[in-house]
Design a binder for this molecule. Sequence first.
Ligand code: SAM
Ligand code: DTB
Ligand code: SF4
Length: 330
Amino acid sequence: MQDVLIRHDWTIEEIKAIYNTPLLELVFRAATVHRQYQDTAEVQVCTLLSIKTGGCPEDCAYCPQAARYDTGVNVHGLLQKEQVLHYAKKAKDAGSTRFCMGAAWREVRDNRDFDRVLDMVKGVNEMGMEVCCTLGMLTEEQAKKLADAGLYAYNHNLDTSKEHYSEIITTRTYDDRLETLDNVRKAGVSVCCGGIIGLGESHEDRIQMLHTLSNLPTHPESVPINALTRVKGTPLEHMPKVEFWDMVRMIATTRILIPGAMVRLSAGRAEMSVSEQALCFMAGANSIFTGEKLLTTKNPSFEEDHMMFELLGLKAREAFKDEKETATAC
Ligand code: SAM
Ligand code: DTB
Ligand code: SF4
């Protein structure tokens, strides 16, 4: 039953009021919305692979892959298709239904590497997994080529508020990000867009970011909420650890504002207990990244997550569920 209207006209004041609701009341409200829109027994299981690591020209202050910071990341060029398909199969066998390939690029260029990525997309799609990519900025034509190759979703995060953005990244603008999201939408590809907390932003910045996300003309189909993973050598290495309660508050507010989306408990799980993750699921998170690494940093193992699913009685959401439901409804 979906009796809460999906809105695209949230005001800052309304979002502030939701965000500042006493925590347990906020979790209860989010859990209520979650039950109206989603099957709460299901969690989407996605796996990331860094197909091109490090050496990135951008200056994103959180990122271990920016060439200008000395982070000790294992720099490598574009992986071979066979290596990628091997890892995708391992992820599929471990129960993952979405495979997301990440590249440390500022933007996609029309070159042989892009052709190779198109081929990887085709290969993973043929394995019956939802394929996602996160490759940086993208034109509409490039998004269409990815769609034709079988791309299901594209991840491009807002990361933070428009106001705080220039404190974190100076090598491209907030509007560049919004333009890429628009190009992805126009190509008919599912949009995955969220942000990071712990970048030194204020509560106001988080509210502003949620305002931008929840007022997009079409809501993103998935919204990853990341806790900053503090990496030695990056400008943000000494930031305080993100409070677990802030993650819960962010997830719950996102669930209420964007009820139809998969809300992904993304970076930060490696430092959370199972009980803490359970509260995030209660608050409306229904997607995670599995596999021992995110892109370059640690994540719980497939085995640990399997045990968590058993304990909490969760099951993996099947691949292409949205399409199947639309087909049945027609
Ligand atoms: N280079 C492409 C781009 O920036 O769009 C794709 C890869 S980039 C690593 C994808 C996303 O990972 C970033 O937008 C950011 O939200 C997230 N990310 C990167 N480093 C992170 C960190 N240390 N902690 C949390 N999230 C991080
Ligand atoms: C997202 O929102 N989080 C993922 C994925 N989208 C690409 C990336 C998290 C990266 C964490 C740092 C790393 O492992 O390098
Ligand atoms: Fe490069 Fe992406 Fe890292 Fe920014 S987040 S430095 S664009 S890999």
